[in-house]
Design a protein around this ligand. Sequence first.
Ligand SMILES: [Zn+2]
Ligand SMILES: [Zn+2]
Length: 398
Amino acid sequence: MAANQEPIEITDPQEDRYATLRAIPWWDQARVQAARVVVVGAGALGNEVLKNLALLGVGTLVIIDMDRVEAANLTRSLLFRAGDAGRSKAEAAAAGVRAINPEVSAISLHADVTREVGLGLFRRADVVIGCLDNRAARLAVNSACWQVGRPWVDGGLGVLDGMVRAFTPPEGACYECTLTSTDYALLNLRYSCPPGFRLVAGREPTTPMAAAIIGAMQVQEAVRLIHGQTVRGGRSVYYSASGPRLTPVEHRRRADCTAHHRYEPIVELPLHVERLTLGQLFAAAHAHTGGPAVLYLQRPIVTFLSCPDCGQHELAARPYDTVVPDFVPCPQCGALRRFDVTGTLHNDPDLAAIPIAQLGIPPLEILSFRTVEGWRYLELSADADAMFAHREEDGARC
Ligand SMILES: [Zn+2]
Ligand SMILES: [Zn+2]
């Protein structure tokens, strides 16, 4: 057969796409495609991290962000276009990921990571990558990752510099171990500031160059974790453009740190958060604990509002931080009402009909129950199927 008559070899397009990665001796594309990475924050850094993960063909990306795209984001965010203004950053980033690599399942969660994301989502991650601009969100990601024993890679940006640090529970220091008394003071300042402070925090000056460098370093750590390579946690690397210079820093694990608690064992319950009442939750919990159990909430709630003057009494059953000044005056006499606030609940018949979602419990949450025999951790596992299956369909349409 003459050379020009040789049959054309039809190769698997998937083989072609990742051929140069497969040429790396230790690279395992099947492992990368099976991986699930949670990216918290879809700002400048999140965009760079997601771009790299999409190029590599990481199988499932969960993108969490509570903000919306603004014109000022366009100087540093590869995945956003001018037409995305006003759109959820998580959604716009997910669409950008699918445009780069349609084989990636990109799931977007327009949510506040400090209270609207169930722990079960972190439990299902191979790696969590933090692309955040504030300590409160980092603390939330840190405590979630230690509770379910998942590694996380934090990144932070300056103007031309930045830092990357990996945490690998249960070994080494955690993010909270690295905080200084100044960090705690700033954290308290943030909590005591009016809501507008959040906007200021999100507008720290930075550049696409710093985001590209730090985002790439974070994904390198994530790739090593996905491949099961040893990544030593509790270490930071600072990158400085002047020099340029990379400075490694070892963090000491604090013996008194409260963030190292691991939830185990975790029992998967075939329950959805939606429409589940407190009475039904306690019935399911009792079936597993075999006795009375007290539910410890992540967010304190207001159970009742009562008026000391006229005796007006009202069931509230909502997170304390959602109580606005309008709730304070008594609707009957205008006096200041008393709030009953609690962080724990027992099987109270007065509250049995309350939907647990009303208490601020997110989908796929892992709930902590205290029993006479110790802690029990029960996950609302039925939410996982809906979350992953539904969003993957969304991805396939794009
Ligand atoms: Zn710690
Ligand atoms: Zn009253």
